[in-house]
Every structure is written in structure tokens, then in C-alpha cells.
Design a protein around this ligand. Structure first.
Ligand code: GMT
Length: 375
């Protein structure tokens, strides 16, 4: 049976928006009718699909309201679309505010609309500690017809923090191997003045403090004592200028390429030898998976769901948060041993394909939809 599915996410750059959009596209390819209900066109929605529709949530800024009522406008739009096209499922990404808006929409519409909520992390690992919101997050989770989370660690944290007994199904993030694969991007190295003998290390994030980008820069400075290398920093965010300052202070400005937000991440991964994600909080770490699919070994921290993505000593290494000496030592080990590097690159690709392949994950979401509809 083909379904009509509404999807709500934050449409900007970020793992949850990427996963929600890619999920919508792949479900559409399986013949389902997809309705994105978001504040802007999801940035990965870059192709025309006759069975994908986009409904923009517009927020009017009336002068009587101190804050524009985005959540209410979203709930209203969800209800309007659900009623008009007869949605079967509303799949929302993030409990706050999206699961709450979906619940409101369901109450407005009545009927058999089902809510599936996917937890991505920040709503639990940051907002879950906030007493003013935790009751509401629990409410959103418990009123959903099914709840999924992107790692087992995130499920444990949700249960501990919110004291909920709601069943939460682990559904790992996935990677589209038609987009993320090792390409021949040799000319990119020339364009960025990267010599053939130089090792390339890459970090991609939104530069929030939880990503600990200064640890990446400090580890890289230590690696430079042992080999010629370049560091590619992709992304932008609150700590960007602090990171630029640190690069200057360490005297490595000519070795670090600050590239800002980039659309074609797979191209940069294709010229990289190692990815580093050294966060103190990370429910999954989608960029690790994207790197592995492009045959790039990864070094991550033992935070959140990262150890569920990296197989230690096989697809890369897991190090303690903030242990820049060990991180640099592990990086040097991988980068100076071409046999080990090739083995890890191969195992990374294998793990990305076998454990996080798009077909398995999309089928898992479909099963969840059919199960809630059959109840
Ligand atoms: O990492 C961020 O700050 C962005 C955030 C998001 O909403 O995209 O990422 C979260 O969801 C991603 C997709 O499931 C995960 O890969 C990230 O690990 C998770 N971020 C955190 O838990 C900090």
C-alpha cells in the first residue's frame, strides 16, 4: 500500500534535516506521496519529484505578539495539509517542537492520522535537562504513535533523563551511496594548492561548542610535527572566529583551509585521508558515516552514539574526549602506514554499506509506518 506521508524537520544545514529530506526522497522513489511541511525548502531537496510536495509554514509577525507563534502556525499547517490530502502519517524530526505540533494537528483533524517521531539528539541531550521543557518533551514522546532514535545511546539517555517507559525503536541514520562514494577529484587538490604528498584531514560541523573544533585544530598542529598535511574545516557556526583565532595563534594559517558551508561534501571527502569528529555530545555523527562511505577512516570521541558508528581499530579509532595527544598519535599511526590506511578505508566502506545502507533503513521506517497504521 502506498502512503501519504507528511515530513517536518528543520530544513537548514544539519544532520537531522539531511536525514529527513533524504528519507522523503527515497520514500518518494518507492512510490509514496511525500509532503514536506517546513519553514523553508529543505536544502537537499534539489531535484524535481512529481510525488513530493512542499508546504511552507508562514509565520505572521503581528505587533501584539512579543514572539512570532511559529509552533502554532506549524500545527495549523500540519492540520490543514493532513485534512486536505488525507495524510496517513506525520513523521516529525525532533520532539520539540515538532511532536507537540503534530499532536495538536492530530487533535484538530481527528480521524486516523498517526504520528511517528524521530529523536536526533539535541532535544534530549540539551533540552532534556531544562526543567521548563522536559515534561513537554516527555508528553510529545508519549503521545506519538511510534518513536525512533538514531542510536541506542540516545534511547538510554532519553529513558534516564525523561523517565519514560515508551518503547523507542533504534533506527540508525543512513547514507545514500549514489551521492557518497569516493570520486576522482584530483583537480580539487590542485585548486586548493594541496601537494600530492600532503595528507588531508577533514572536519565537518556546525561549529557549536559541543563539537570541540579547537581540539581538531590542536591535534592537527601536533600531526604537523610529523608530516606535511592540510586541514579542511567545512561548516560555520558560533565558534568559527574562535577557531580562526586559534589557527593564527598556533602559526598554522597556511596549513588550514577554512571553507565555510559547502554543498558538495563528498568531493572534499574524496580528497581526504582522515576525518575527525571530536565532539563531547553527539547522538550519531552523520558526517562520520558520510566519510566512511567515501573510504575515509575516522577518529571520533567516546561520546554518545559515536562508538556505535566507528568500529575501534577497524574503521578508525575512538579516543577520549579532549585527549589531543592520543588523537594526534592515532592519526599519525593511520596516516603514516599506507597498508593500515588502505585496510581501514576498505572496512569503513564495508561498514557504511552493510550496517547503514539506505535500503535497509528505509524499509525499517516503512515497517514502522505500516505497524502503526495496522493498530
Ligand atoms: O549536530 C548538530 O548540532 C546538528 C543536529 C541536527 O539537528 O542535525 O545533529 C543531530 O542529529 C544528527 C542526525 O541524526 C546526528 O548525526 C547528530 O549526532 C546530532 N547532534 C547531536 O547529537 C549533537
Amino acid at each position: 500500500m502506498k502512503l501519504k506521508i507528511g515530513i517536518t524537520c528543520y530544513p537548514t544545514v544539519g544532520g537531522s534535516g539531511i536525514i529527513a529530506t533524504e528519507l522523503g526522497k527515497l520514500l518518494a522513489e518507492r512510490g509514496h506521496e511525500i509532503h514536506f511541511i517546513t519553514s523553508g525548502v529543505p536544502f537537499r531537496l534539489d531535484k524535481v519529484y512529481s510525488n513530493i510536495f512542499y508546504h511552507q509554514v508562514e509565520v505572521n509577525n503581528y505587533s501584539v505578539f512579543q514572539y512570532p507563534p511559529y509552533d502554532l502556525s506549524l500545527a495549523n499547517k500540519m492540520a490543514e495539509v493532513a485534512k486536505r490530502v488525507n495524510l496517513d502519517i506525520l513523521h516529525v524530526h525532533y520532539a520539540i517542537p515538532h511532536a507537540i505540533c503534530a499532536y495538536l494537528a492530530k487533535e484538530m483533524v481527528g480521524g486516523d492520522l498517526k504520528i511517528v517521531t524521530t529523536l536526533h539528539g539535541t532535544d534530549i541531550t540539551v533540552l532534556g535537562y531544562d526543567q521548563s521543557l522536559s515534561e513537554m518533551i516527555r508528553f510529545g514522546i508519549e503521545k506519538s504513535d511510534a518513536v525512533t532514535a538514531v542510536s541506542v545511546d540516545l534511547i538510554k539517555q532519553t529513558e534516564q533523563l525523561l523517565h519514560t517507559t515508551k518503547h523507542i525503536e533504534p533506527v540508525y541514520n543512513f547514507v545514500d551511496n549514489r551521492v557518497y562514494f569516493k570520486k576522482d577529484c584530483g583537480c580539487l587538490k590542485q585548486e586548493y594548492n594541496i601537494a600530492d604528498h600532503e595528507k588531508v584531514i577533514i572536519h565537518v560541523s556546525n561549529f557549536r561548542s559541543v563539537k570541540r573544533v579547537p581540539d581538531v585544530v590542536r591535534s592537527f598542529a601536533k600531526i604537523l610535527d610529523h608530516m606535511d598535511a592540510k586541514l579542511l574545516l567545512l561548516g560555520d557556526g558560533p565558534e568559527y572566529s574562535k577557531v580562526c583565532q586559534l589557527v593564527k595563534e598556533l602559526g598554522i594559517r597556511d596549513k588550514v583551509l577554512l571553507l565555510g558551508n559547502q554543498k558538495h561534501v563528498a568531493d572534499f571527502l574524496s580528497i581526504s585521508d582522515l576525518m575527525m569528529l571530536l565532539s563531547e555530545k553527539e547522538s550519531f555523527g552523520l558526517v562520520l558515516l558520510e566519510a566512511m562511505a567515501c573510504q575515509v577512516p575516522v577518529i571520533g570521541t567516546n561520546a554518545g552514539g559515536i562508538p556505535e558508528v566507528i568500529t575501534n581499530a577497524e574503521t578508525g579509532y575512538i579516543c577520549d574526549i579532549g585527549d589531543v595527544d592520543m588523537i594526534a598519535a592515532r592519526a599519525i599511526e593511520i596516516l603514516s602506514n599506507s597498508e593500515l590506511h588502505a585496510e581501514m578505508a576498505q572496512k569503513s566502506l564495508q561498514r557504511a554499506t552493510e550496517s547503514f545502507g539506505q535500503d535497509t533503513v528505509i524499509s525499517k521506517y516503512e515497517d514502522i509506518y505500516y505497524t502503526v497504521l495496522a493498530r
